[in-house]
Write a protein that binds this ligand. Structure first.
Ligand SMILES: NC(=O)c1ccc[n+]([C@@H]2O[C@H](COP(=O)([O-])OP(=O)(O)OC[C@H]3O[C@@H](n4cnc5c(N)ncnc54)[C@H](OP(=O)(O)O)[C@@H]3O)[C@@H](O)[C@H]2O)c1
Length: 241
């Protein structure tokens, strides 16, 4: 497999979708640089699962609410060898509407969801050797491309990340591809509306299978290099409704 022995940084890989992404990439032969912030035990469990299946995982802790730490994360990652790819998965998702938004919660979303992916990507690109190629995937949301009224700072930060995906694809070509996955109903949020209410609005009438996320990640990490600046919806058609 062409990911064999390649190092890929997955941010927020201790829980949920990040964890699934890390396990999928490791099963395809990648060395996973498994980033976490507060979920130390989740990260250790994920690394343990990867290692028990014969894969390789290296834990890296960083608080991505500080863009300076985000820039330094790539230095930490490169201590373990050249980095081939990044999955920008870490994010915060707070249920804030117009009256609830403050400068603090606005800035928190922009720092974790938008500034950190930018500075990690910049450090990645600046440190590539002359012959190096690589891949970046951003985890977006269908709402990034069709903004609504709920989760306002989250949605705007993801809309910025969608724009960043396209500008980085141009800035980093021809050596690095940059693509996004606009996710829909993949895993229910722990504090969100009931599952049934969400699924009624999904044309495919179900939650995603986590394996479908894994297949999409592998396609963008290991599929045609001629695809860049693309945003693939993995949302059961939710953005069409
Ligand atoms: N779940 C869905 O159905 C869905 C739908 C649309 C889009 N998405 C997107 O898919 C991605 C993963 O979703 P999820 O549901 O798995 O997210 P989640 O359960 O909320 O997990 C968020 C991750 O972000 C990390 N994180 C949060 N604040 C951080 C900080 N200050 N510094 C570093 N890391 C931080 C967390 O790390 P620690 O726990 O280690 O602190 C955690 O691993 C996100 O980008 C989300 O926007 C998910």
């Amino acid at each position: 497999m062409s990911l064999e022995g390649k190092s890929i940084l997955v941010t927020g890989a201790g829980v949920r979708l990040g964890r699934q992404t890390a396990i999928t990439l490791a099963a395809a032969g990648a060395i996973v640089l498994l980033h976490y912030n507060s979920s130390a035990s989740g990260a250790e469990e994920t690394a343990g699962e990867i290692r028990s299946q014969g894969g390789k995982a290296i834990l890296i802790q960083a608080d991505l609410s500080d863009p300076h730490q985000a820039g330094l994360l790539m230095d930490q990652a490169r201590k373990h060898g050249p980095v081939f790819g990044i999955v920008h998965n870490a994010a915060i998702f707070e249920p804030l509407r117009l009256p609830d938004v403050t400068p603090e919660n606005w800035q928190r979303h922009m720092d974790v969801n938008l500034a950190s992916p930018f500075f990690i990507s910049q450090a990645f690109f600046n440190g590539l050797g002359p012959e190096d190629h690589g891949r970046i995937i951003t985890m977006l949301d269908w709402r990034a491309l069709r903004p609504g009224v709920d989760h306002l700072p989250y949605t705007i930060s993801k809309a910025g990340l969608a724009a960043l995906t396209k500008t980085l694809a141009q800035s980093m070509a021809p050596r690095v591809t940059v693509n996004g996955i606009a996710l829909g109903a993949i895993l229910p949020p722990s504090d969100g509306p009931s599952s049934d209410k969400i699924i009624q609005l999904v044309p495919m009438k179900r939650w995603a299978d986590l394996d479908e996320l894994g297949k999409t990640i592998l396609f963008l990490m290991d599929g045609p290099e001629y695809i860049t600046g693309e945003i693939i919806h993995l949302d059961g058609g939710r953005h069409l409704v």
